[in-house]
Design a protein around this ligand. Structure first.
Ligand SMILES: [Zn+2]
Length: 273
């Protein structure tokens, strides 16, 4: 939830650019991998920076979001380049009356045909989160962090409890930042209805979900950079775990009792350790 006065569109777009740049720095967005969308539950006027408009059919009917807007990355665009030229890489979608269609506002710099192909999953998760929390702001990032995805290929990590315990045991802050753990979903076809439905469900109890053998989706109701932080915390844990796998499992990691001690001291509710 964001309290008024609301940030202007240019400021929010700047944060999307910074998040995209950071995701590339941590090897979570090779080439054109990954996508970002941000829900804005207040009136905005995109026409000054994004003067071109066209009607698009929405992947889901979202009648309750009429008049609300999303900042969305363009299909095939590079997250790392957003900050250099937002107009080339981002569009603004405002939901039309009835929620079946939206108006896509774009800049003269536009370098994409359509919004991200993952917009169906994004819109479904946004919609569910907005309905459940009543938030007026919600950021979602899909990225492909190297170590998180690598672990998702190893059979014994293909379980929410195991994945969470083994990635959140390396730093005291990990459980503080991700007390819900990291949700694990088995491989599903990218962009499919199955993946969309499973992601909506997993995101109800988690800030981040691993899509096996593919990537992650992370959310924040506070800022797009916080959603990026969530990915960075999880990926750092996965990197430690990977280091340990390649070093014959020599390290102990924090013990469950040590992590419970941290949780008691900081008032963290968790069920993972
Ligand atoms: Zn992907």
């Amino acid at each position: 939830m964001i309290e008024p006065p609301y940030p202007v569109l240019e400021e929010l777009i700047g944060y999307v650019g910074e998040a995209g740049h950071r995701l590339a720095e941590i090897d979570a967005s090779e080439g054109a991998a990954g996508n970002i969308s941000v829900y804005l539950g207040w009136d905005i006027n995109p026409a000054s920076s994004f003067p071109h408009s066209e009607e698009i059919v929405l992947p889901t009917i979202v009648e309750e979001l009429e008049g609300k807007s999303f900042i969305v990355t363009g299909s095939g665009r590079r997250l790392r380049e957003i900050h250099q030229n937002p107009g080339a890489n981002l569009g603004i979608v405002t939901i039309n009356e009835g929620g079946r269609t939206g108006t896509l506002f774009t800049s003269s710099q536009r370098l994409f045909q359509r919004v991200t192909s993952e917009f169906n999953s994004h819109l479904a998760v946004h919609r569910d989160q907005i309905a459940r929390s009543g938030t007026n702001f919600h950021a979602l990032i899909h990225a492909q962090p190297l170590h998180l995805v690598y672990l998702s290929h190893i059979p014994r990590y293909q379980d929410t409890g195991y994945f969470s315990r083994h990635t959140l045991r390396w730093q005291p802050e990990s459980i503080v930042n991700l007390p819900e753990g990291i949700a694990f979903l088995p491989f599903m076809l990218p962009g499919s209805d199955d993946l969309m439905a499973a992601t909506v469900c997993a995101m109800r109890d988690h800030k981040i979900v691993v899509w096996a053998k593919h990537g992650v989706m992370a959310r924040s109701g506070a800022s797009v950079k916080k959603a990026c932080d969530v990915i960075e915390y999880a990926e750092t844990g996965a990197r430690y775990e990977y280091l340990n796998l390649t070093n014959h499992g020599l390290a102990e990691g924090l013990e469950a009792a040590e992590i419970r001690m941290i949780c008691a001291a900081f008032g963290i509710q968790q069920t993972i350790f």
